[in-house]
Design a protein around this ligand. Structure first.
Ligand SMILES: [Zn+2]
Length: 334
């Protein structure tokens, strides 16, 4: 059974390739964070070595070992793997050449148990240039029993030579309805909370599952949102101190800005009366009040400012400075 939520077209394509024995040696899944790229890769790894009837059955020994991360022929090549490989030496945030070399030497060996040796490289954009060049060699002449599964935010972030060797699947976020149904079916979450989490997830299935299991996530979102809501009424000094507080934490800032982007998009939707597409459905009244306080143009401009800052975050910008600019762009309440 496929565990992934949405992406039916990709699943169907795989099922057909698998049934006809026409597999590629490399696949690349691209799309926004947490929409299920790695889950799909893991599912595919299961399907490749599954001994059951409906692949992936999820029940045979091979499927179980894969989902537990202990299948000898399925390797997740991520930062945790690299850390183990380097035995704690130089804690890098990029996937280096040692990790990719270990794929090369391992790929040369025949599978131990399964039919295929599968290597999953999540967030392949995090490879160093040396690592990417090294991977290219394996992609150019892959051993016949090897399948490589890469994920990335976007093809632009990878060497074109790597992309051209892969079958590319550009995945889109699953719909809110699909996510809500999946939360009910598999995580036993129904009613208003499921509705809210699905709406807030904006297609990030990974986040939705986490929020369903961990109450703290929604509480944190509430706190953050309150803080963000106070900023348009705040003085210049307070706004700048916000920039100072978060200016050294790019990962947190990404989360905060994503939350904020959702909020300002909702303001736009409120202005236009489109209630059904909103994320922050538990704060409808506040949204209506806030929407009254800003001009349509103002809202649109600030949305592009947030987008721009998020974009800049990808390119080693001075984070504090970028946040300060954003804070000054923030429309004041009328
Ligand atoms: Zn199976």
């Amino acid at each position: 059974m496929w565990q992934v939520v949405g992406h039916e077209w990709a699943v169907t394509l795989f099922e057909n390739s698998l049934a006809q024995g026409r597999l590629s040696h490399a696949y690349l899944f691209t799309g926004p964070p947490r929409i299920g790229k790695t889950t799909l890769a893991l599912n595919l790894a299961q399907a490749l070595n599954c001994t059951g009837k409906d692949k992936p059955c999820g029940e045979c020994l091979s499927c179980q070992k894969t989902s537990q991360g202990i299948h000898p022929d399925v390797r997740m090549v991520d930062l945790a793997y690299q850390k183990g490989l380097l035995e704690g030496r130089e804690g890098s945030t990029a996937l280096g050449i040692d990790a990719i070399r270990s794929i090369q030497s391992d790929a040369a060996l025949k599978p131990f148990e399964g039919r295929w040796k599968v290597f999953i490289i999540p967030q392949a954009e995090n490879m160093t240039p040396e690592a990417a060049n090294c991977l290219l060699k394996t992609l150019e002449e892959p051993p016949s029993h090897v399948v490589l599964l890469l994920t990335a935010l976007h093809t632009d972030l990878l060497f074109p030579t790597i992309v051209s060797r892969c079958q590319v699947f550009n995945l889109r976020p699953p719909s809110t309805t699909l996510i809500r149904e999946a939360l009910g079916r598999r995580w036993d979450l129904e009613g208003e909370r499921a509705h809210l989490i699905a709406a807030l997830s904006a297609g990030r299935m990974g986040w939705a599952v986490e929020a369903a299991q961990n109450q703290a996530l929604l509480r944190e979102r509430n706190g953050r949102l309150d803080e963000l809501l106070s900023l348009p009424g705040a003085r210049r000094l307070e706004r700048l101190s916000f920039a100072q507080r978060w200016g050294s934490q790019p990962e947190r800032v990404k989360e905060i800005l994503t939350l904020w982007l959702g909020w300002w998009r909702d303001l736009l939707l409120a202005k236009e009366g489109c209630w059904d597409k909103m994320e922050n459905i538990d704060r409808k009244n506040t949204l209506l009040e806030e929407a009254e306080k800003h001009e349509l143009g103002e809202i649109k401009e600030f949305i592009s400012s947030i987008r721009e800052t998020l974009h800049e975050l990808e390119s080693n910008v001075n984070l504090r400075l970028a946040l300060e600019v954003l804070m000054l762009d923030l429309p004041s309440k009328r």
